[in-house]
Design a protein around this ligand. Structure first.
Ligand code: PMP
Length: 297
């Protein structure tokens, strides 16, 4: 993948700089120990042709919570970072894009806290996806990190070694994606997305506690309410999932994407006939701020 070229700019602590000219410290605590926090955000070209960052406030508020939860100095307001993000998008001539802020530390080989931090915002083109492709998902042999060992509600870089291992395993076995359980064996989430399953017209999703409670997950809960689709949050086992009618992942990058199967179980209801598909369509309309069609007489 090409994330940048010689023209690409990024935002680094108040300055718009050429990505190819910037550097990072090879003695950094973040590089050596995975001690940094980040966000994954999308912007869309709206139906009206404008560039809109979806749930910008929610994402930058979470970035701040992630940093402060991990005792990192945090230097900017949500408002400042939203403005910076729009500046980088515009400078790179991007509308449908992925926005990646990272807060990281200085040179420090000890485990002592830092008094300073750096903040970078990178962007790259990412088309909205929401295709009809359905994923073949595998129950991972990797479990999500134990919340007693990690601040799992923070998006910390180091946590993502777990996600990378689970993805490698699934793809190595010919699947599209992994589903991880929590430390008690209940279904939790994908490597970078939350999940819902559908049974008899109702949606079910793992309760918060042992998952990253995603912003897309919150949006799906709202859309389900608007559409009158009942949702339950609870503790579910891999066996429960194998009696479901349909399932999907949801996340900023993944958007809402349906599953074909979990392990050797194929979901019996055609995706187009599910309630989940209605959620997918509503999400797609929401991110581009599509107005409801005016009734013509
Ligand atoms: N779980 C994990 C582990 C993730 O990395 C992500 C992506 N941030 C999500 C869930 C979905 O979160 P969101 O909807 O906020 O992107």
């Amino acid at each position: 993948a090409s994330y940048y070229n010689e023209h690409t700019v990024l935002w680094l602590d108040g300055k718009i700089l050429k990505a190819a000219d910037t550097k990072t410290d090879l003695y950094g605590q973040s590089l050596h120990y995975g001690y940094s926090v980040f966000e994954g955000i999308r912007s869309y070209r709206t139906a009206a042709g404008k560039t809109k960052i979806f749930k910008a406030i929610e994402h930058f508020d979470r970035l701040q919570r992630s940093a402060t939860t991990l005792n990192m100095p945090y230097r900017y307001t949500t408002e400042e970072l939203i403005k910076a993000s729009y500046d980088v998008l515009e400078s790179n001539n991007l509308q449908d894009a992925y926005i990646r802020p990272v807060v990281y530390g200085p040179a420090n080989m000890s485990f002592n806290p830092n008094t300073e931090s750096f903040t970078v915002i990178q962007t790259w083109e990412m088309a909205p996806f929401l295709g009809e492709k359905l994923l073949r998902v595998m129950t991972s042999s990797f479990q999500r990190p134990n919340p007693k060992g990690f601040k799992i509600e923070a998006k910390a870089a180091g946590h993502y070694v777990n996600s990378i291992m689970a993805s490698h395993e699934a793809k190595g076995k010919g699947f599209d994606e992994a589903l991880l359980t929590d430390m008690n064996g209940f279904i939790a989430e994908g490597p970078g997305a939350n999940m819902f399953f559908e049974k008899a017209g109702r949606l079910h999703t793992p309760a918060t506690g042992n998952i990253l409670p995603g912003i897309t997950r919150a949006t799906v809960l709202e859309l389900a309410e608007d559409l009158g689709i009942p949702v339950e949050q609870g503790q579910y086992t891999p066996a429960d999932l194998k009696q479901a009618d349909a399932a999907f992942f949801c996340g900023t990058a993944a958007e809402v994407i349906g599953w074909h199967s979990i392990d050797d179980y194929t979901f019996p209801i055609s995706w187009k006939d599910t309630q989940s598909r209605k959620i997918q369509q509503a999400y797609k309309d929401l991110v581009i701020e599509k107005q409801p069609k005016l009734e013509t007489i």
